[in-house]
Design a protein around this ligand. Structure first.
Ligand SMILES: Nc1ncnc2c1ncn2[C@@H]1O[C@H](COP(=O)(O)OP(=O)(O)OP(=O)(O)O)[C@@H](O)[C@H]1O
Ligand SMILES: O=C(O)c1ccc[n+]([C@@H]2O[C@H](COP(=O)([O-])O)[C@@H](O)[C@H]2O)c1
Length: 192
């Protein structure tokens, strides 16, 4: 059975933190592929300063060029919004009954996972790979650790929010983005 890791994200924009996480898990797990699923609208986030879905997807394509196990996915573009992960998982499982789907997320998302729609069912049916992350918020994970795999890997203190703010303030953030993504943002004048 093919094992797919679903790395859901707003990816506004995709940054080297995302790429390092996806690559680390591709290299250190038994997942055959990792799909980077671009989410049109996270139910917990406001849509302010959110780039159009297709621009965020394009940047994911540019970022993962040359990484064989990483694939972009626009599956949520055609599903109702805001995007509840439980609905996407049900849709994918029906479409690909022979695939086993696992979830990949940063520790910040695990800490608020108990607020997600149908989180217990998600946890019961899917393995979750959690990448460590420093968070300002004091929230702690409240879910049982069964099916949760905490990855031991270097913490990366980088966020898309920081990148957007730096660009707005006219700062150079070139090292924090895959070079083709940086070029795209620069040419399109995004986040200024
Ligand atoms: N530096 C990081 N360390 C660990 N996990 C991360 C990191 N950056 C992003 N992630 C994880 O990647 C997934 C997609 O994140 P997202 O696209 O929201 O990036 P972000 O940097 O958190 O964005 P924003 O600052 O806009 O909220 C989430 O599961 C998130 O937890
Ligand atoms: O299903 C939920 O209740 C739910 C609540 C919060 C976030 N999510 C999903 O978590 C994914 C990661 O979101 P983000 O914005 O941190 O990249 C994205 O696909 C969201 O739709 C899902």
């Amino acid at each position: 059975m093919k094992k797919i890791g679903l790395f859901f994200g707003t990816f506004n924009p995709i940054h080297i933190g995302h790429l390092a996480i996806a690559n680390h898990i591709a290299e250190h797990s038994d997942l055959n592929e990792i799909w980077l699923v671009v989410t049109p609208h996270n139910p917990f986030k406001k849509k302010t300063s959110l780039l159009d879905n297709y621009h965020r997807l394009e940047m994911v394509y540019l970022a993962i060029e040359g990484y064989d196990k990483l694939k972009p996915s626009d599956i949520e573009f055609r599903l109702p919004q805001p995007n509840y992960t439980t609905h996407t998982l049900a849709y994918l499982q029906e479409k690909h009954p022979n695939y086993e789907f696992a979830l990949i997320m940063g520790e910040d998302n695990l800490n608020s996972f108990h607020k997600w729609k149908n989180y217990q069912a998600i946890l019961e049916h899917h393995q979750i790979y959690v990448y460590p992350r420093l968070t300002s918020n004091l929230e702690q994970s409240m879910v049982p650790e069964t099916n949760i795999h905490r990855i031991k890997a270097p913490i990366m203190e980088i966020s898309a929010t920081f990148i957007r703010e730096e660009i707005k303030n006219g700062k150079n953030i070139k090292p924090l983005l895959p070079s083709k993504v940086w070029n795209y943002i620069d040419e399109m004048n995004f986040y200024r």
